[in-house]
Design a protein around this ligand. Structure first.
Ligand SMILES: Cc1ncc(C[n+]2csc(CCOP(=O)(O)OP(=O)(O)O)c2C)c(N)n1
Ligand SMILES: [Mg+2]
Length: 626
């Protein structure tokens, strides 16, 4: 069959399916694109020709397209994703941040940056990087470290093996992430005779590896010997649809369950074994149990520094059992690697732990701590502060008016931490905070992908003014495509999170507020800038509602939820009221020498915390096994 490289690519993608547990879905369900000379003739023409087979969505910023694809993939538990086509040069490099986000969060996205002529016949093209040491290099080489598979299709013959490799990586539960196929603009438009088999329907089974019997036996023996065990549920628990298995294991053994950002929602917040968020943005319940734990079972977690409170949370002698499909995570903290799919591993563990249950005092203590934290949450939800209200009250209202299956989306600023601590999750897919990359600007674009992946759910995007200013433009895409979002725009006139962090390291909130520059002193300490983000949102086509008080916010949110149109609800909050403390630390360095007293004071506090940092090298000898 004679088609161009781009036509063959699109037709191939339209015929790829993923399969797990007997259910199949399109692996690449659609394609976002922004056209330029690097892709308009090749992939652009092919998308037009193949429109029935491959839905096309017009993005506004290439970074936003990749965020949407990542949000989509996460919502679909990594079984389906979207492709993104970009022009050569800046259109392509705009996707770099999205690629890093996807790879760090282990989310499959397929990136198709245009590339410079393979023939080089036209000479240096518009937007081409000229590396005097090698004409083989283009800006697309920047994608290599942030891609799990990277290739450049210089000849038509290379396409088929590259496509198979790309699908293998997209559907690999351990190695998935951004897949980048750089497409030279001339090659995209070249014709070739393709074998018919290339376009046959192909099914990619997403595997569920079983744990090795020896490792399983060792893990079960360690857990049976534990007196104060704790489970830490990470994103892998949700991606593997292992939440029922987790609930079962927790219920029968009584082991308390804490959750990372990506793992939040693994258990409903009011499950008797749930102790909520863990780590720097955790609950006092989970963090107290973490400090006391002798054996910790991590399920599908990367053990980021937020989760471990920069290695200060768990004790020196804590033994880790890491149930993870990715070897890199399974070996962390000198843990016992239980390399397996989370659901298979949890079911096998439940079997191996039959008859085992934690002592009543451990179960009761965990429950009491969780109830205590929930009272803290209730108080934070109903502070009665302001106007302007506190952020925790805004979170409380969104939680109260949303239904269990609704999805809350967030990524950066002070809200992800507050949501981690305070959000009462009721559904495994109801909490979607991107905190692997914590990328400002993900919120609206990622929320768009979430809604595309789950059109039957209501999506609440929580976005700070700073993140909004980085990337609001996919609101236009939402309006264009009729994809309904409810955006809660939290205006606190600056980077409140970094302001608080700055203060904690002695830098006095320097450079974190939106104020006029004082012409006399040169400092940014003048009046607040008259930035009207609500007017901005209205100008992009959203329905905008203002809320001054919590009651107004509730009314506005209910209206927005009931509406079929994309809404932005604008609310000002007080940046100086922070969420309840988690009793945990996060390692951010403080200057060792300074002229400022504030820095010197912060440094001495920092040094105290540094002393609590551990290496997590336990050989597990201290834990009895049974
Ligand atoms: C792209 C990007 N740049 C910088 C940062 C560092 N950073 C984290 S939060 C933040 C400020 C966020 O401001 P806003 O969205 O208004 O939320 P707030 O902190 O006020 O809650 C910054 C600059 C980041 N996470 N992502
Ligand atoms: Mg802000």
């Amino acid at each position: 069959m004679r088609l161009t490289v781009a036509q063959a690519l699109v037709r191939f993608l339209a015929n790829q399916y993923s399969e797990r547990d007997g259910s199949e879905q399109r692996l690449v369900a659609g394609c976002f694109g922004i056209f330029g000379h690097g892709n308009v003739a090749g992939v652009g023409q092919a998308l037009l020709q193949e429109l029935e087979a491959m839905p096309y969505h017009q993005g506004r910023n290439e970074q936003g397209m990749v965020h949407a694809a990542a949000g989509y993939a996460r919502m679909r538990n990594r079984l389906s994703t979207l492709a993104c086509t970009a022009s050569v040069g800046p259109g392509s490099t705009n996707m770099l941040t999205g690629a890093a986000l996807a790879t760090i969060n282990r989310l499959p996205v397929l990136l198709l940056p245009g590339d410079v002529f393979a023939t080089r016949a036209a000479g240096t093209v518009l937007q081409e990087l000229e590396d005097p040491t090698s004409y083989d290099v283009s800006v697309n080489d920047c994608f290599k470290p942030v891609s799990r598979y990277w290739d450049r299709i210089e000849r038509a013959e290379q396409l088929a093996p590259a496509l198979l490799a790309a699908m293998r990586v997209l559907t690999d539960p351990a190695d998935t992430g951004a897949v980048t196929l750089a497409l030279p603009q001339d090659v995209q438009a070249e014709a070739w005779e393709w074998p018919e088999e290339l376009f046959e329907r192909r099914i990619w089974r997403v595997r569920r590896p079983l744990p090795e019997p020896a490792a399983l036996a060792e893990a079960a023996a360690l857990l049976r010997g534990a007196r104060r065990p704790l489970i830490v549920a990470g994103g892998g628990t949700i991606y593997a649809e292992a939440t029922d298995a987790l609930r079962e294991l927790a219920a029968t053994t009584g082991i308390p369950v804490a959750e990372t950002q990506a793992g939040k929602g693994s258990l409903p917040y009011d499950h008797p074994c749930s102790v909520g968020a863990i780590g720097a943005t955790g609950t006092t319940a989970a963090n107290a149990l973490a400090r006391e734990a002798d054996v910790v079972l991590g399920v599908g977690t990367r053990w980021s520094d937020f989760t471990t409170a920069s290695r200060s949370l768990f004790g020196d002698e804590t033994a880790f059992v890491n149930l993870n499909v990715a070897t890199v995570d399974a070996f962390k903290h000198a843990g016992l690697p239980l390399i397996a799919d989370a659901r298979e591993g949890l079911e096998a563990l439940a079997h191996a732990l039959e008859g085992f249950s934690v002592e009543d005092d451990h179960r009761e203590r965990a429950r009491a701590l969780a109830v205590e934290w929930d009272e803290v949450v209730e108080r934070a939800y109903t502070l009665g502060h302001g106007p302007p209200p506190a952020q925790s009250e805004v979170i409380g209202v969104v939680n109260r008016i949303s239904e269990p299956r609704d999805v809350v989306v967030c990524a950066a600023g002070s809200m992800p931490g507050d949501l981690h601590k305070l959000w009462r999750a009721r559904d495994p897919k109801g909490y979607h905070v991107e905190y692997g990359f914590s990328c400002m600007g993900y919120e609206i674009a990622g929320g768009l992908g979430v809604k595309m992946a789950a059109p039957d759910r209501e999506v609440f995007v929580m976005v700070g003014d700073g993140s909004y200013l980085m990337m609001a433009q996919e609101l236009v895409t939402a309006v264009q495509e009729g994809i309904k979002l409810t955006v809660v725009l939290v205006q606190n006139h600056g980077f409140a999170s970094i302001g608080a962090l700055s203060e904690s390291i002695g830098s006095q909130r320097f450079g974190t507020r939106y104020r006029y520059r004082n012409p006399d002193t040169g400092a940014l300490d003048g009046d607040l800038l008259p930035v009207d983000l609500a007017a901005n949102a209205a100008s992009l086509g959203a329905d905008v509602r203002h809320a001054r008080t919590i009651d107004e916010l509730e009314a506005a949110l209910r209206e927005a939820r009931a509406s079929s149109r994309t809404s932005v609800v604008h609310v000002e909050t007080d940046p100086l009221v922070s969420a309840p403390s988690s009793d945990a630390w996060w390692d951010v360095p403080v200057s060792e020498v300074a002229e400022l007293d504030s820095t010197r004071a912060a440094r001495s506090g920092y040094e105290q915390h540094k002393r609590t940092q551990r290496t997590y090298l336990s050989t597990r000898d201290g834990v009895e096994t049974q």
